[in-house]
Write a protein that binds this ligand. Sequence first.
Ligand code: NZQ
Ligand code: ZN
Length: 393
Amino acid sequence: MKDFKYLTPTEVVFGRDSESQIATLVKKYNGNKVLIHYGGRTAERSGLLDQVRNQLDAAGIANVSLGGVVPNPRLSKVYEGIDLCRKEGVDFILAVGGGSVIDSAKAIAYGLAYDGDVWDFFSGKVTAKECYPVGVVLTIPAAGSEMSNGTVITKEDGELKRAYDDDLCRPRFAVMNPERTFTLPAYQTACGVVDIMMHTMERYFSHDADMALTDEISEGLLRTVRDSAFKVLADSCDYRSRAQIMWAGSLAHNGLTGCGLTSDWSTHLLEHELSAIFDVAHGAGLASLWCSWARYVYKENVSRFVRFAVNVMGVTNDYTDPEGTALAGIAAMERFYSALGMPVSIRELIGRDITDEEIAEMARKCSFDGTTRIGRFKSLGKEDMEAIYRLAR
Ligand code: NZQ
Ligand code: ZN
């Protein structure tokens, strides 16, 4: 097992009545003036926003609101949030929503504590020294941003979707009520399931062999999410299964499934280029690419893919044909994604054939003009990226 650091400072309050504690938590983490940050109309329609405002008002905590965060959150909204917070003297950002809202909140929190352009963090120009505190009321399990150190923002100019990873932004608290996720449409539920599984698989596909406990945790998490997915698609209000998925979403991306190993992240980086250009849901983009990535790289470590096939996908091990077993595991995952209603090709994702020029452009951006390689399971240069996009087309 490799040496590692494991930091999960987020206080999780999980369960049916968890929202009743929002004001107490804001106070506990020294919020005096709060920005309530949210997305489209979901939180408004469900009454959640009113509940949050009423609670803060009743507790005497001043607050202002800013909605309108869209999936694949935009830099322009982040600038708007920073301006508003400066004008209003906000000292705590409360995200009410999913990964997009949380990431927008984190970016505002970085920007508030910095004199320059907040994009500097995402372009790699500077490293953050400070970040205002962020709290979360989660409404969709998927991105894992409620406990992660990640922030992903899209700059409209140049269609650049970039991540900035730093422990400073890990939320102070996350309130998670699985009942809030009953209203998720099947497609969004499935996108979340894919993202949660992919956060685990990006770490699981590693060459480090000596990490038995981390492997067992990952495999258990993957099987749990896989089985729960069908249950919630059959019955949207299945609390038990919604709860499994919600908790798995946090554990998949708070660092637990990466302890002691070297993770890959190629599929995520390749996907970010897809959602930057086509504005697709992140989970669907991942589903459209993963099987092609897997078929491109599996020979680097066939036994790892055999273990995945057998322990996660329930494939029978053909000891005489490890490659056959590995490929059967990838095919089983592909069938699983299809059964969830997820795309397994770029054509299925964007509804038309992708052009050679678009593939070249995505590979160019992903490789920073051919200067950067991605992936630790198999190191991928610009030509490899193009090859995977072509395999997935
Ligand atoms: O905007 P509203 O009205 O809230 O609707 C949202 C949105 O349309 C809807 N939704 C949320 N909760 C709902 C609901 N609909 C019905 N009932 C509910 N309870 O779902 C849609 C998608 O929301 P979004 O926040 O975009 O989803 P997700 O959590 O998947 O976040 C995706 C973003 O997170 C980034 C992705 O790249 C993408 O930009 N990621 C962030 C990571 C991180 N910070 O650590 C890691 C991930 O790998 C990922 O890259
Ligand atoms: Zn993801």
